[in-house]
Design a protein. Structure first.
Length: 178
């Protein structure tokens, strides 16, 4: 009779997130995760064969959480969708901090992962559409929010700057879209 596992894949992901928050993307290794979880490296590799698999699982988890935030009160227009996107960014808290964003940058070094990210953005642009002033305003606001996300990588999220800049995007979208 085999022994029951004492640590789950989700618990390993929770611990991995803690490592990235405290030590940054470079601190996340199979060995560091095993040490923090109190299991062997083989125990971690049972769930994640490699660091790339671990990082992919973290990115998938964050993307799924963010996508779930976007699905609440499914918006019907491009402007409503971008307003919901801004709300989701505000609510994302630590899952979108600079260290997590840094891990995402490392993730995109793999050509297959970069392809998936590009496909996600193409789907977003398709959803937002083009042509009408409202759709153009929504696309510009979306791009501004994505730019703010990238600015978090260099630390432009201190002293409430992040929320103030999101407020600026939101009020500009309201003015442009009416």
């Amino acid at each position: 009779m085999g022994r029951k596992p004492t640590i789950t894949r989700n618990l390993l992901l929770d611990i991995a997130e803690d490592i990235v928050r405290s030590d940054g993307a470079k601190g996340l290794t199979i060995e560091a995760l095993a040490r923090s979880a109190g299991v062997s490296k083989g125990g971690v590799q049972y769930s994640f064969a490699s660091k790339d698999d671990l990082v992919r699982a973290l990115i998938d988890r964050w993307t799924n959480q963010f996508d779930e935030m976007l699905k609440e009160d499914e918006p019907t227009t491009a402007v409503a969708f971008v307003r919901r996107y801004i709300q989701a960014m505000r609510a994302s808290q630590e899952a979108m901090n600079a260290k997590m964003a840094g891990l995402m940058i490392a993730y995109m070094r793999n050509p297959e992962n970069l392809r998936e990210v590009r496909e996600w953005y193409h789907a977003m642009f398709e959803r937002l559409g083009a042509g009408t002033p409202d759709k153009q305003a929504a696309r510009v606001a979306f791009l501004a929010v994505e730019g703010l996300f990238l600015l978090r990588i260099v630390g432009v999220d201190d002293d409430d700057t992040w929320m103030t800049l999101l407020d600026d995007v939101e009020s500009t979208l309201a003015r442009l879209a009416g």
